[in-house]
Design a binder for this molecule. Structure first.
Ligand SMILES: NC(=O)c1ccc[n+]([C@@H]2O[C@H](COP(=O)([O-])OP(=O)(O)OC[C@H]3O[C@@H](n4cnc5c(N)ncnc54)[C@H](OP(=O)(O)O)[C@@H]3O)[C@@H](O)[C@H]2O)c1
Ligand SMILES: [Zn+2]
Length: 463
């Protein structure tokens, strides 16, 4: 596996102002300009004075001066790097929290992004907020309201660049300026054409320190559908797998097994809430009878994602969990299917969409285009292994969320049906991050080809 370029690229592309630059050490030499280090005719380093004729004078003190200067530089360098290190660690911690808060808006905020914000004063969180629903107050306004006077001189952490335009609400930038915030930390610019760097620029113009770039990849991944849509990159395909420690999807063919724990399952429901459609292969639909909803999210969602079955010969039952619940669903089929079966499905609220064939069945690239055509631009593919293999082989994916449980299943249904992908080492993507979710581990991987476009935009507009 190519590990982990997300973080490395982030460091390279998004230098934190105030964190990474080396120390600026000023040593005053008397009246006049600051000195520059130079070599005198004797070959010894000394400070070059701006005053003509003072060279010999300065030179007498050179050995002591250099020694002192060296010590000062050393001490200040240590201080600055310790401070920068401490600040960077705190920034990471608070930004992770802002990103967690943002998730509370999943299933409510679209077509807006999910956003979380915190006001931090003297190293402590004093207030927080998240964008609760499309049209409602933005996260940073809620956090500033909560902080009141405590916002003066504080740092605002916000998981997306603050807006600078009048939309449903007035510009957040004005509110930040009025609140007296001293520093703003944001992971990445907002790709919306009405913002796109303007929020950062306006704050900087008004003397606010704005640090952009920490956790950029993670922040973009949380809002991947939003970034791709606003940047005109087309539909977004996220793959999700839940594997046992030995790489199995189920203990035996034809059966459904819980692979991960409650925390990971809840997180997956949050991931579903960030998508318009949740796709499964027909085997999974018939064996697991999954509901493909967001029922584990506290407070529910405004709109459940559309269940989609990929089913060449229309084996999907018309009477299923979705039709019984009166929930619309889609079945994507091959070109020649039994018209009677199609009518039966449509009579129960299903929509039958036909597609060309490729590889193991329906052409998955066409599936993406067809789904986008019916309003499902953010597509989550939840398996099973055969369908996931087709998306991977076709390169028709942008991000992969891979959960792995601590327990092994023994011989069962392996996640990868071809040897090329059977081992972790052969993962066809770039690892971005790894987190513990309950007892499970979640890795996020991006498709390098698709990620390139976002990385290029980020480095062009990196704040
Ligand atoms: N652990 C997890 O997260 C998880 C998630 C999902 C499923 N599962 C488990 O996985 C097992 C089922 O997975 P599976 O791999 O056997 O089946 P699957 O991927 O759910 O469905 C595969 C079927 O979809 C149809 N299909 C149509 N176009 C396709 C294409 N381009 N590529 C691949 N398939 C296409 C094919 O049937 P037709 O030829 O009839 O169209 C194919 O046999 C179950 O045991 C289930 O419990 C586990
Ligand atoms: Zn705003």
């Amino acid at each position: 596996m190519e590990v982990p370029t997300g973080g490395i690229a982030r460091e390279r592309n998004f230098r934190r102002s105030g964190a990474t630059p080396g120390p600026t050490v000023k040593v005053w030499m008397g009246e006049g300009d600051l000195p520059a280090l130079a070599l005198c005719g004797t070959g010894r380093a000394h400070a070059r004075s701006s005053r003509p004729g003072s060279h010999r004078n300065n030179c007498r003190f050179i050995p002591q001066l250099i020694e002192k200067l060296f010590v000062v530089v050393l001490i200040q360098r240590q201080d600055v790097s310790a401070n920068a290190h401490g600040e960077a660690a705190l920034d990471r911690e608070f930004m992770t929290r802002a990103l967690q808060l943002a998730r509370l808006g999943a299933g409510h905020a679209w077509p807006n992004p999910i956003v979380g914000a915190l006001v931090v004063s003297a190293g402590r969180e004093v207030a927080s907020g998240h964008h609760r629903r499309f049209g409602d107050a933005h996260a940073e306004v809620l956090a500033l309201d909560g902080a009141g006077e405590r916002a003066r001189g504080a740092t605002l952490y916000v998981s997306l660049e603050p807006c600078a335009h009048h939309g449903h609400t007035p510009p957040c930038v004005d509110r930040i300026l009025a609140a007296g915030i001293a520093r703003v930390v944001a992971p990445a610019p907002d790709p919306d054409a009405r913002v796109n760097g303007r929020g950062i620029a306006r704050l900087r113009e008004r003397g606010i320190r704005v640090d952009v770039g920490g956790e950029a990849t993670a922040a973009v991944l949380e809002n991947l559908g939003y970034y791709r849509q606003r940047l005109g990159l087309g539909p977004t395909v996220t793959l999700k797998i839940a594997a046992s420690a030995d790489g199995m999807a189920a203990r035996a063919r034809g059966q459904r097994d819980d692979v991960t724990g409650a925390a990971a399952r809840r997180e997956v429901h949050g991931l579903r809430a960030l998508h318009d459609a949740v796709v499964v292969g027909v085997e999974t639909a018939l064996i697991d009878r999954p509901r493909l909803d967001c029922r584990l999210l506290e407070g529910g969602v405004d709109r459940e994602p559309m269940p989609v079955v990929i089913d060449t010969h229309l084996r999907t039952e018309a009477d299923n969990a979705w039709s019984r619940a009166g929930r619309p669903f889609v079945v994507v089929t091959g070109p020649h299917v039994d018209a009677e079966r199609a009518r039966a499905i449509e009579a129960r609220g299903g929509r039958v969409v036909d597609c060309g064939l490729a590889g193991a069945g329906v052409d998955v690239r066409q599936v993406v285009t067809r789904l986008a055509g019916i309003g499902c631009e953010r597509i989550l593919v939840e398996g099973g292994p055969r369908l996931l293999g087709s998306f991977l082989r076709a390169g028709a994916w942008d991000a992969l969320w891979w959960y792995r449980s601590p327990a092994g299943f023994g011989p069962g249904v392996p996640w990868f049906d071809d040897a090329a992908h059977a081992h972790d080492a052969a993962w066809p993507g770039r690892l971005v991050d790894e987190a513990t979710v309950g007892d499970d581990v979640r890795r996020r991987i991006v498709n390098p080809r698709s990620w390139e476009q976002i990385a290029a935009w980020l480095s062009r507009s990196g704040g």
